[in-house]
Design a protein around this ligand. Sequence first.
Ligand SMILES: [Zn+2]
Length: 223
Amino acid sequence: MLSNNNANACGNVPIDCYHLLRDFHDKLKAVMTGRTHDLAGFTVLSYVVFTNPVPQMSLATAIMALGATFIGSLAPDIDQPTADLYRRLPVGSVIGRIMAPFFGGHRYISHSLLGIIIFGVGLRYLLSMVSSIVLVDMVIVWGAFMIGFTTHLVADMFTKEGVAWLFPVPIHFGIPPFALLRVKTGGGIEKSVFFPALLVANVWLYYTHYEVALYFLRNTIHR
Ligand SMILES: [Zn+2]
């Protein structure tokens, strides 16, 4: 599919071909990275729900909390115009190009402790404004967003760029500490190791906590 389209679109102009392939590669990378972050956020959310006393909540709250985890899992990449976050929005690429420069470049303020505080306080304020109109438990929704957001930053620590936790101090932290030993974002290791490892972690988590999961679905969530 790609080669046919590109063969027609490229013609004999190699530079166009290069840009098309580059564009395709960036999109594929963004989707893969987005999926890995979503799955990582979902894994941590499940773990928190299974291992902590969770207050009763309405079905609407549970659905919104799940959605908030997915959004929170992508939100730190608001500083990257090609991020999966923007690809999921209508006219996202335009919004991405406008918004991203405000965050000072990729992996800076939104990927730091300061970013966690700014997003956390900002979202808390936003949710408190809509809480009188939307009848859901905003504290749970907020907590779910923050789980996704924080998980994203921890997951990014495994990549070559690391995370500038102490922004504006320009030190990037990573696991392991040497960038040389870390993985490339959206690269082969992410697809063949991280994503499958997260899937296995979920199978294990749900297998070992299925009674808690059932209790949560039957008793904790109500209409
Ligand atoms: Zn990121």
